[in-house]
Design a protein around this ligand. Sequence first.
Ligand code: MLT
Length: 273
Amino acid sequence: MATGYNASMKITIEAGIALEYRDEGKGPTVVLLHGFPLCSAMWRPQIAALQKDYRVIVPDLRGFGGSTPVADAPSLEQMADDVGGLLDALRIAEPVVLGGLSMGGYAALAVARRYPGRLRGLILADTRAEPDDAQGKANRDAMIDFARANDARAVIDKMLPRLLAEKTLAARPEVVQEIRDMAAAQEIDGIVGALKVLRDRPDARPGLASIRVPTLVVVGSEDALTPPAMAETLAAGIADATLVIIPGAGHMSNLEEPEAFNAAIAGFLRRLG
Ligand code: MLT
């Protein structure tokens, strides 16, 4: 599917499975994984800011954007394997900085568990280590039924009040529209599959102490889905973690307050060298 920002490419990572991705700039590699129910186009402001100093690679996770659609739920492990497969297909053997927002953060944590040697830094944005509790799982099941009975635009419209800060909803119609349009373009099977992945994801807290790479934890001060307290749990569990709270941003901090978000990332990347 055309998402309209940068020229995108497609690469086969295993028989019958291709990921669409954008690959911009030159320098140390930074891979960014998108949130739910979006695609790699959500990283437009970060590509623009980082590509002069870094090679920025943003894949569409399986079931989203232009990547191979899913027939059933993928898993976080499979998402992690897909990231490894993409790096292999691109012949990137040296460790990279891997970032992810929300669902992308859950996937980045899965990469940290499965392929720690592939990482030299981690960026965890508006995400959390805690699994869904019983109510959270019930809400996912209700959203799966809602998604099947409706369309992707109805799904994002249901999510928007909690996805974005009130200030963004009231004063930034172009950001709201960009997110609505990106989500509305996603396939319902991909959305339903991802909701199962989100519902069934493991408790990532026990693995945090094993993360040995420098980690940036970023969260919007108004994030209602993965609030700052959850970012604090992540930062407290990881040995070399820095927490940055983005004032005024909700869950989509990279799109709601791109300048502050980019400044946090650029500072972290400079420190890594
Ligand atoms: C996301 O933004 O990826 C989702 O909101 C994650 C979640 O609901 O847990």
